[in-house]
Design a protein around this ligand. Structure first.
Ligand code: 13P
Length: 285
Protein backbone atom coordinates (compact mmCIF):
# COMPACT_ATOMS: atom_id res chain seq x y z
CA UNK A 1 0.00 0.00 0.00
CA UNK A 2 1.53 3.31 -1.06
CA UNK A 3 0.72 6.03 1.47
CA UNK A 4 1.63 9.52 2.60
CA UNK A 5 4.20 9.74 5.37
CA UNK A 6 1.92 12.26 7.13
CA UNK A 7 -0.77 9.76 8.06
CA UNK A 8 1.83 7.12 8.91
CA UNK A 9 3.64 9.42 11.37
CA UNK A 10 0.39 10.77 12.79
CA UNK A 11 -0.58 7.20 13.81
CA UNK A 12 2.93 6.50 15.19
CA UNK A 13 2.75 9.72 17.21
CA UNK A 14 -0.69 8.91 18.60
CA UNK A 15 0.31 5.35 19.55
CA UNK A 16 3.86 6.07 20.79
CA UNK A 17 6.15 4.21 18.39
CA UNK A 18 8.53 5.10 15.56
CA UNK A 19 8.55 4.13 11.89
CA UNK A 20 11.89 3.07 10.41
CA UNK A 21 13.10 5.10 7.41
CA UNK A 22 15.73 3.10 5.56
CA UNK A 23 18.09 4.43 2.89
CA UNK A 24 17.66 2.56 -0.41
CA UNK A 25 19.51 3.44 -3.61
CA UNK A 26 18.20 1.04 -6.27
CA UNK A 27 15.27 -1.30 -6.82
CA UNK A 28 16.94 -4.23 -5.06
CA UNK A 29 17.72 -2.32 -1.89
CA UNK A 30 14.17 -0.90 -1.87
CA UNK A 31 12.74 -4.39 -2.24
CA UNK A 32 14.84 -5.55 0.76
CA UNK A 33 13.27 -2.75 2.84
CA UNK A 34 9.74 -3.68 1.77
CA UNK A 35 10.50 -7.36 2.42
CA UNK A 36 11.44 -6.62 6.06
CA UNK A 37 8.36 -4.46 6.61
CA UNK A 38 6.06 -7.12 5.14
CA UNK A 39 7.59 -9.81 7.30
CA UNK A 40 7.14 -7.70 10.43
CA UNK A 41 3.69 -6.33 9.48
CA UNK A 42 5.17 -2.89 9.97
CA UNK A 43 4.77 0.46 8.21
CA UNK A 44 8.01 1.59 6.56
CA UNK A 45 9.59 4.61 4.86
CA UNK A 46 11.97 4.26 1.93
CA UNK A 47 14.43 7.13 2.25
CA UNK A 48 15.99 8.06 -1.09
CA UNK A 49 18.95 10.34 -0.43
CA UNK A 50 19.13 13.32 -2.83
CA UNK A 51 22.82 12.58 -3.42
CA UNK A 52 22.01 8.98 -4.46
CA UNK A 53 19.05 9.99 -6.62
CA UNK A 54 21.23 12.45 -8.53
CA UNK A 55 24.19 10.09 -8.82
CA UNK A 56 22.73 6.64 -9.51
CA UNK A 57 19.35 7.23 -11.22
CA UNK A 58 16.90 10.05 -11.49
CA UNK A 59 13.61 10.46 -9.69
CA UNK A 60 11.55 9.85 -12.84
CA UNK A 61 13.33 6.49 -13.32
CA UNK A 62 13.30 5.13 -9.79
CA UNK A 63 10.11 6.26 -8.14
CA UNK A 64 7.47 4.60 -10.36
CA UNK A 65 8.71 1.01 -9.90
CA UNK A 66 9.11 1.54 -6.15
CA UNK A 67 5.54 2.86 -5.96
CA UNK A 68 4.46 -0.25 -7.85
CA UNK A 69 6.29 -2.49 -5.36
CA UNK A 70 4.63 -0.58 -2.50
CA UNK A 71 1.19 -1.04 -4.03
CA UNK A 72 1.71 -4.80 -4.23
CA UNK A 73 2.16 -5.30 -0.47
CA UNK A 74 -0.39 -4.91 2.31
CA UNK A 75 1.84 -2.87 4.68
CA UNK A 76 1.93 0.95 4.38
CA UNK A 77 5.01 2.20 2.48
CA UNK A 78 5.98 5.87 2.02
CA UNK A 79 8.78 7.27 -0.13
CA UNK A 80 10.70 10.23 1.26
CA UNK A 81 13.40 12.33 -0.40
CA UNK A 82 16.17 12.38 2.21
CA UNK A 83 18.24 15.57 2.74
CA UNK A 84 16.79 17.45 -0.22
CA UNK A 85 18.64 20.73 -0.55
CA UNK A 86 18.27 21.46 -4.27
CA UNK A 87 14.81 23.05 -4.40
CA UNK A 88 14.31 22.59 -8.18
CA UNK A 89 15.22 18.90 -7.92
CA UNK A 90 13.02 18.42 -4.87
CA UNK A 91 10.04 19.89 -6.74
CA UNK A 92 10.70 17.49 -9.59
CA UNK A 93 10.66 14.59 -7.11
CA UNK A 94 7.22 15.72 -5.92
CA UNK A 95 5.99 15.85 -9.51
CA UNK A 96 7.28 12.29 -10.01
CA UNK A 97 5.26 10.94 -7.07
CA UNK A 98 7.33 11.09 -3.84
CA UNK A 99 4.84 11.02 -0.97
CA UNK A 100 7.19 13.00 1.26
CA UNK A 101 10.23 15.26 1.05
CA UNK A 102 12.81 16.46 3.51
CA UNK A 103 13.94 20.00 2.80
CA UNK A 104 17.31 20.36 4.46
CA UNK A 105 18.05 24.07 4.69
CA UNK A 106 19.64 23.61 8.11
CA UNK A 107 22.94 25.13 6.99
CA UNK A 108 21.17 28.48 6.43
CA UNK A 109 20.43 31.07 9.10
CA UNK A 110 17.13 30.71 10.94
CA UNK A 111 15.06 33.16 8.86
CA UNK A 112 16.31 31.69 5.57
CA UNK A 113 15.67 28.13 6.77
CA UNK A 114 12.13 29.24 7.70
CA UNK A 115 11.52 30.94 4.32
CA UNK A 116 12.84 28.03 2.21
CA UNK A 117 11.00 25.42 4.29
CA UNK A 118 7.74 27.38 4.27
CA UNK A 119 7.82 27.66 0.49
CA UNK A 120 8.24 23.86 0.22
CA UNK A 121 5.40 23.24 2.70
CA UNK A 122 3.15 25.36 0.46
CA UNK A 123 4.35 23.68 -2.73
CA UNK A 124 3.93 20.16 -1.29
CA UNK A 125 0.26 20.82 -0.47
CA UNK A 126 -0.64 20.45 -4.15
CA UNK A 127 0.69 16.87 -4.00
CA UNK A 128 -0.68 16.08 -0.54
CA UNK A 129 2.92 15.25 0.37
CA UNK A 130 4.39 15.68 3.84
CA UNK A 131 7.46 17.79 4.62
CA UNK A 132 10.30 17.10 7.03
CA UNK A 133 12.86 19.80 7.86
CA UNK A 134 15.90 20.17 10.11
CA UNK A 135 17.05 22.62 12.75
CA UNK A 136 20.58 22.12 14.09
CA UNK A 137 23.04 19.91 12.29
CA UNK A 138 24.58 16.45 12.30
CA UNK A 139 28.08 15.40 11.28
CA UNK A 140 29.20 12.40 9.28
CA UNK A 141 31.82 9.98 10.61
CA UNK A 142 34.14 8.20 8.25
CA UNK A 143 33.81 10.80 5.48
CA UNK A 144 35.73 13.79 6.71
CA UNK A 145 32.95 15.89 8.28
CA UNK A 146 33.47 14.35 11.73
CA UNK A 147 31.28 13.86 14.80
CA UNK A 148 28.32 16.05 15.66
CA UNK A 149 29.61 18.70 18.06
CA UNK A 150 27.62 20.24 20.93
CA UNK A 151 27.24 23.53 19.06
CA UNK A 152 25.48 21.62 16.26
CA UNK A 153 22.71 20.33 18.56
CA UNK A 154 19.17 21.61 18.00
CA UNK A 155 18.25 24.53 20.26
CA UNK A 156 14.75 23.54 21.48
CA UNK A 157 13.48 27.15 21.66
CA UNK A 158 14.62 27.81 18.08
CA UNK A 159 13.06 24.52 16.92
CA UNK A 160 9.72 25.34 18.58
CA UNK A 161 9.62 28.75 16.86
CA UNK A 162 10.60 27.08 13.55
CA UNK A 163 7.78 24.51 13.77
CA UNK A 164 5.22 27.22 14.55
CA UNK A 165 6.37 29.42 11.67
CA UNK A 166 6.64 26.73 8.96
CA UNK A 167 3.83 24.24 9.61
CA UNK A 168 6.06 21.24 8.81
CA UNK A 169 4.93 17.65 9.41
CA UNK A 170 8.13 16.42 11.11
CA UNK A 171 11.39 17.83 12.41
CA UNK A 172 14.85 16.24 12.39
CA UNK A 173 16.48 16.94 15.75
CA UNK A 174 20.20 16.91 16.46
CA UNK A 175 20.68 15.60 20.02
CA UNK A 176 23.82 13.46 19.88
CA UNK A 177 23.74 11.22 16.81
CA UNK A 178 26.12 11.42 13.85
CA UNK A 179 25.56 9.99 10.37
CA UNK A 180 27.77 7.09 9.25
CA UNK A 181 29.74 4.24 10.79
CA UNK A 182 30.94 4.87 14.37
CA UNK A 183 34.31 3.45 15.46
CA UNK A 184 34.15 -0.08 16.90
CA UNK A 185 32.78 -0.10 20.47
CA UNK A 186 31.62 3.53 20.40
CA UNK A 187 28.10 4.40 21.55
CA UNK A 188 26.90 8.01 21.19
CA UNK A 189 25.49 9.95 24.14
CA UNK A 190 21.99 11.24 23.43
CA UNK A 191 20.58 14.38 25.08
CA UNK A 192 16.94 13.40 25.39
CA UNK A 193 15.98 16.63 27.15
CA UNK A 194 16.23 18.36 23.74
CA UNK A 195 13.68 15.99 22.20
CA UNK A 196 11.51 16.11 25.32
CA UNK A 197 11.19 19.89 25.34
CA UNK A 198 10.32 20.18 21.62
CA UNK A 199 7.82 17.33 21.86
CA UNK A 200 6.07 18.66 24.95
CA UNK A 201 5.72 22.11 23.40
CA UNK A 202 4.70 21.17 19.82
CA UNK A 203 3.51 17.53 19.86
CA UNK A 204 4.64 16.95 16.26
CA UNK A 205 6.52 13.83 15.00
CA UNK A 206 10.27 14.18 15.59
CA UNK A 207 13.00 12.43 13.64
CA UNK A 208 16.28 10.76 14.62
CA UNK A 209 18.89 10.92 11.87
CA UNK A 210 22.06 8.85 11.94
CA UNK A 211 20.27 5.95 13.60
CA UNK A 212 22.95 3.36 12.72
CA UNK A 213 25.08 2.30 15.67
CA UNK A 214 22.94 4.22 18.21
CA UNK A 215 22.53 1.13 20.39
CA UNK A 216 19.28 -0.46 21.56
CA UNK A 217 18.90 1.69 24.70
CA UNK A 218 19.25 4.98 22.84
CA UNK A 219 16.72 3.86 20.22
CA UNK A 220 14.15 2.73 22.81
CA UNK A 221 14.58 5.91 24.89
CA UNK A 222 14.34 8.09 21.78
CA UNK A 223 10.94 6.57 21.02
CA UNK A 224 9.88 7.11 24.62
CA UNK A 225 10.75 10.81 24.42
CA UNK A 226 8.83 11.40 21.19
CA UNK A 227 10.84 10.28 18.15
CA UNK A 228 8.43 8.87 15.52
CA UNK A 229 10.78 8.35 12.55
CA UNK A 230 14.22 6.75 12.77
CA UNK A 231 16.61 7.04 9.82
CA UNK A 232 19.01 4.17 9.25
CA UNK A 233 21.26 3.80 6.21
CA UNK A 234 24.78 2.71 7.13
CA UNK A 235 23.85 -0.44 9.09
CA UNK A 236 21.72 -1.73 6.18
CA UNK A 237 24.53 -1.08 3.67
CA UNK A 238 27.21 -2.64 5.89
CA UNK A 239 25.08 -5.78 6.26
CA UNK A 240 24.83 -6.02 2.46
CA UNK A 241 28.56 -5.52 2.03
CA UNK A 242 29.44 -8.06 4.74
CA UNK A 243 27.21 -10.65 3.12
CA UNK A 244 28.88 -10.09 -0.28
CA UNK A 245 32.39 -10.36 1.17
CA UNK A 246 31.64 -13.63 2.94
CA UNK A 247 29.58 -15.16 0.14
CA UNK A 248 32.24 -14.47 -2.49
CA UNK A 249 35.00 -15.72 -0.23
CA UNK A 250 33.05 -18.96 0.29
CA UNK A 251 32.06 -19.27 -3.37
CA UNK A 252 33.78 -17.04 -5.95
CA UNK A 253 31.48 -18.50 -8.63
CA UNK A 254 28.26 -17.47 -6.88
CA UNK A 255 25.54 -16.80 -9.47
CA UNK A 256 25.67 -13.00 -9.70
CA UNK A 257 21.93 -12.09 -9.80
CA UNK A 258 21.30 -14.53 -6.96
CA UNK A 259 24.26 -13.11 -4.99
CA UNK A 260 22.73 -9.61 -5.11
CA UNK A 261 19.25 -10.89 -4.35
CA UNK A 262 20.50 -12.79 -1.28
CA UNK A 263 22.54 -9.80 -0.08
CA UNK A 264 19.37 -7.69 0.25
CA UNK A 265 17.38 -10.51 1.83
CA UNK A 266 20.12 -11.13 4.40
CA UNK A 267 20.58 -7.43 5.12
CA UNK A 268 16.84 -6.96 5.62
CA UNK A 269 17.24 -8.84 8.94
CA UNK A 270 19.00 -5.72 10.27
CA UNK A 271 15.84 -3.74 9.44
CA UNK A 272 13.67 -6.31 11.23
CA UNK A 273 15.75 -5.75 14.36
CA UNK A 274 15.27 -1.98 14.14
CA UNK A 275 11.53 -2.45 13.60
CA UNK A 276 11.42 -4.38 16.89
CA UNK A 277 13.31 -1.62 18.73
CA UNK A 278 11.17 1.14 17.21
CA UNK A 279 7.99 -0.63 18.31
CA UNK A 280 6.36 -0.65 14.86
CA UNK A 281 6.04 -4.45 14.57
CA UNK A 282 2.40 -5.39 13.78
CA UNK A 283 1.47 -1.70 13.52
CA UNK A 284 0.49 -2.14 9.88
CA UNK A 285 -2.58 -4.01 10.98
P1 13P B 1 23.00 6.42 9.14
O1 13P B 1 23.57 6.07 7.80
O2 13P B 1 24.03 6.88 10.10
O3 13P B 1 22.12 5.37 9.68
O4 13P B 1 22.08 7.72 8.90
C1 13P B 1 21.01 7.63 8.03
C2 13P B 1 20.32 8.95 7.93
O5 13P B 1 20.17 9.66 8.90
C3 13P B 1 19.84 9.36 6.61
O6 13P B 1 19.28 10.63 6.64
Amino acid sequence: MYVSMREMLRKANAEGYAVMAINAFNLESASGVIHAASKMHSPIIIDLLQEHVKKYFDCDVIVKPIIKMAQQVSVPVAINLDHGSDVAHLKRCLHEGFSSVMIDASSYRFEENVAITKSIVEFAQEFNASVEAEVGNMGLVGAGAGFTETKMYTDPDVAIKFIQKTGIDALAVSYGSTHGDYPEGYTPTFHFEIVDKIKKETGIPLVLHGGSGSGADNIRKSVKYGINKINVGTDYMIAQRNFLIKALRDNPNYDYPELLHQSYLEASKVIENYINLAGSKNKAL
